[in-house]
Design a protein around this ligand. Structure first.
Ligand code: GLC
Length: 409
């Protein structure tokens, strides 16, 4: 075994990494964690990996399929529904006391496995793990940021107070890293590490889903072009911008084209997302609503134009990379981390967040020009392969871990 693979302290055993995640299913952060586990499993097959989640769900099943040990350590009910909703003072005190009690139990649970590093993947576990590890220097704790902290009024002061407990910070984009640098009293650099996807699953050739069937729309004749927004129903994902742009294009006279909203409401936290009924009420006649789709590559391959329309800066935007990997023509909202993933006019067409007319114009350009769509799709696949492979992700994350285990090197 090379010294690089030796466990910290130079014992013969390979290092053990414990992952913490608040949810057992869900959105982009969970998908990204699934890819990170697969990436590490591929690059370091002998490292014992374990995932502790605060609730059960398909993420744990996926992890077990990769040979990762899993465990559910459920959050007490008083802490479960907490989002950014703003609790009463009495409610906050109760929640704070419950969180401290829970952190004490979590500490015993984490240390019992003997991890050489704890990697937390969500805000709740960042705070709980940091509180749990107060007073211990080992194992080092890594926070993996998938979102901006700036707008998180409730979490910001908690993570600020606990930053000293965290040995390294990973951020999914340079923009998220810059935000963390502004918000947190970090002394060391925040490592910007872009996510990866499974380039074998997200590929141009392969079966496409029947979006019309899923949406309950009548059969569409051959030659119909399909445009879709693929996103969770979080209120900032730009459904309104997309539906307005679709409406403008339809009223402008657009033959042989159908628009789809692909995805559904998936979060338990109240008030953070749209409902299907709200979106249907905004949509022009004939727009298809597929609901949540597990086969994301199948849905992307069914679309001629994939739309990303977030109205706020997107921390990363997995769907952008997934669409490029599937060789789709992509129209993206160019702000935040998303801006780092695409090259405008080469592998994507871009519009400014919330700019309905700009979005309609770019969709219109892509629809009118099959050669442009083919060129964007081919360039997108090349970008995905060159920049978003699991191998690249594993190498970057292992480098950060090793910097903590072997600081002198
Ligand atoms: C969060 C972010 C999203 C990112 C995902 C994976 O869901 O909001 O932008 O793609 O995490 O990192």
């Amino acid at each position: 075994m090379s010294s690089v693979d030796a466990a910290p302290g130079n014992t013969a055993r390979p290092p053990r990494v414990l992952f913490l995640n608040p949810a057992g299913q869900g959105g982009g952060a969970e998908a990204a964690l699934g890819d990170l586990l697969a990436a590490l499993r591929g690059a370091r097959p002998d490292w014992p990996l374990r995932l502790l989640a605060l609730e059960d769900g398909p993420l744990l099943e996926q992890a077990r399929g990769l040979g990762v040990e899993t465990e559910v350590f459920p959050l007490p009910p008083v802490l479960r529904g907490l989002g950014e909703g703003g609790a009463s003072v009495a409610g906050s005190v109760r929640a704070g006391a419950a969180a401290l009690g829970f952190a004490g139990k979590l500490r015993g649970q984490m240390l019992a496995w003997g991890p050489d590093l704890v990697h937390s993947n969500g805000m709740k576990t960042h705070a709980l793990a940091a509180a749990a590890l107060v007073g211990t220097r080992k194992p080092p704790l890594v926070w993996h940021l998938h979102d901006y902290l700036g707008p998180r009024r409730a979490m910001r002061p908690i993570l600020r107070a606990l930053t000293g407990r965290c040995a390294a910070i990973l951020a999914v984009s340079a923009d998220v890293a810059a935000d963390a640098g502004r918000v947190l009293p970090v002394r060391n650099p925040v490592h910007a590490v872009h996510n990866a996807i499974d380039l074998k699953r997200f590929r141009p050739d392969g079966p496409a889903l029947d979006l019309d069937g899923l949406a309950g729309l009548p059969f569409a004749p051959a030659g119909t072009r399909r445009v879709g927004l693929v996103a969770t129903f979080a209120h900032w994902k730009g459904h309104e911008t997309f539906l307005r742009a679709a409406s403008a294009l339809i009223h402008g006279g657009l033959p042989d084209t159908r628009f789809y909203v692909v995805g559904g409401p998936i979060y338990a936290t109240a008030g953070s997302q749209r409902t299907t009924a709200e979106l249907r009420a905004m949509a022009p006649a004939g727009v298809g609503f597929t609901g949540f789709v597990a086969d994301a590559p199948g849905a992307l391959r069914a679309l001629d134009v994939v739309v990303h329309a977030s109205t706020r800066p997107e921390p990363f935007g997995l769907v952008l990379v997934q669409a490029m990997a599937c060789g789709r023509a992509l129209v993206a909202s160019a702000a935040g981390g998303a801006r780092e993933l695409v090259t405008p006019e080469t592998d994507a067409l871009v519009h400014a967040p919330g700019d309905t007319a700009g979005l309609a114009r770019q969709i219109g350009r892509a629809l009118a020009d099959p050669a442009l769509r083919a060129r964007l799709g081919a360039a997108g696949r090349r970008t995905a392969v060159a920049r978003f492979s699991r191998e690249r992700l594993a190498a970057e994350v292992v480098r950060v871990y090793e910097g903590l285990w072997f600081p002198a090197r």
